[in-house]
Design a protein around this ligand. Structure first.
Ligand SMILES: C[S@@+](CC[C@H](N)C(=O)[O-])C[C@H]1O[C@@H](n2cnc3c(N)ncnc32)[C@H](O)[C@@H]1O
Length: 213
């Protein structure tokens, strides 16, 4: 999806998704982000597909300077409001990008992509290669994605690609000897589904450090 009409359609799709409610996500940072980043020294962070901003806000509260990008203006405006309410509005630069078309400028000590999935055509591999290219020496790339549909969806009608960590690693096409693999993990988590019943979903985590020098 690269044409202007396709990009406008993708923005409209995600704006419509976020208009469906005043708050779509929980407002809490992703648990894997917290686990994997809590021990890192704060610096410059980039959050790709930031949605309503919970991860970016948590990072800013921990002392990171954050650039947060999403295709949806509705999500970004909501995220900026949440950040202001949390007192960290001045630490986050919210940028609207269709990442299929443009990418935030800069180098970052942490580049995080959590659940950057779409029912629409999304050049995720190319975006994640740009993400890797934006990691500073000694910086970390954290890619967390779903490994499949949630347990209540027995007959999903949308063909969303859910690559395994090895597939993401292969697609990143990283130069040999320049990166250290810190985490390559598939994990199931339990939560309450939309019908109030116990549900599970399997996610995967890839965490890499660009070697210094
Ligand atoms: C499943 S949500 C995840 C949101 C957030 N990272 C989280 O973990 O809660 C996917 C996000 O990716 C964004 N997105 C989808 N396609 C995109 C694109 N082409 N460029 C930028 N953002 C996109 C959506 O607007 C949405 O906020």
């Amino acid at each position: 999806m690269t044409g202007a009409a396709d990009s406008a359609a993708a923005q409209e799709f995600w704006d419509t998704f976020y208009r469906a409610g005043d708050r779509i996500w929980t407002g809490r940072p992703n648990a894997v982000l917290v686990r994997e980043v809590v021990d890192l020294t704060p610096g410059r962070a980039l959050d790709l597909g930031c949605g309503e901003g919970a991860d970016a806000i948590w990072l800013a509260q921990r002392g990171w300077r954050v650039t947060a990008a999403d295709i949806s203006r509705i999500a970004l405006d909501r995220a900026a409001g949440n950040a202001a309410a949390a007192g960290v509005g001045d630490r986050i630069d919210w940028q609207r990008h269709d990442l299929a078309v443009s990418f935030p400028v800069g180098v970052f000590d942490l580049v995080s992509a959590h659940f950057l999935h779409s029912q629409l055509d999304l050049p995720r591999d190319r975006i994640l290669r740009s993400a890797a290219a934006a990691v500073a020496p000694s910086g970390v790339l954290l890619v967390v994605g779903h490994a499949g549909h949630p347990s209540w969806e027995h007959h999903p009608d949308q063909a969303v690609p859910f690559p395994a960590p090895e597939e993401v690693l292969t697609a990143l096409d990283l130069p040999a000897g320049r990166w250290e693999l810190l985490r390559n993990e598939v994990h199931e988590h339990s939560f309450t589904g939309p019908d109030g019943q116990p549900a599970t979903r399997t996610d995967n985590t890839l965490k890499l450090r660009r070697l210094a020098g």
